[in-house]
Design a binder for this molecule. Structure first.
Ligand code: RB5
Length: 145
């Protein structure tokens, strides 16, 4: 299961991704927002990230205007490795090398075509482990310091 959420800056993009997930028969939990009204993105980031940390969701997707505010908020939550990406290479390699568990996208930065390609790569790429294992562990160590 995938957790997804957005603020008003990412609503249109989130709706396009939700339609894409439905087409691909990917099971997801949409934490909103569902209509265009102003919200504070850290609240949405927390709901989606809690779902990932609890194990309810395997991975999360967060959309705001830039993807940056969502990633900043998400990365404050223990156990979250959120990556704000704007192109496919990063969306793939942040899974392979960083074991990212939340993808953050900017609705005012990218279009739905590239976003959906990024989502597919992010959801279908597994962590490579090996030499990256130690480095990701070092990130967790920083979190616990
Ligand atoms: C909301 O206007 C905007 O600040 C937010 O969506 C996001 O871009 C923050 O990083």
């Amino acid at each position: 299961m995938i957790a997804i959420g957005c603020d008003h800056g990412g609503l249109e993009l989130k709706n396009a991704i939700v339609a894409h997930l439905k087409e691909q028969n990917v099971e997801f939990h949409d934490f909103g927002i569902y209509e265009n009204h102003s919200v504070d993105y850290p609240e949405i980031a927390k709901m989606v990230c809690d779902s990932v940390v609890s194990g309810e969701a395997k991975l999360g997707i967060l959309c705001c205007g830039t993807g940056i505010g969502m990633s900043m908020a998400a990365n404050k939550i223990k156990g979250i490795r959120a990556a704000a990406c704007s192109e496919t290479f990063s969306a793939k390699y942040t899974r392979l090398h960083n074991n990212a568990n939340v993808l953050c996208l900017g609705g005012r930065v990218i279009g739905s075509g590239v976003a959906n390609e990024m989502v597919d790569l992010f959801l279908n790429t597994e962590f490579e482990g090996g030499r990256h294992e130690k480095r990701v562990q070092m990130i967790s160590d920083l979190e616990n310091a």
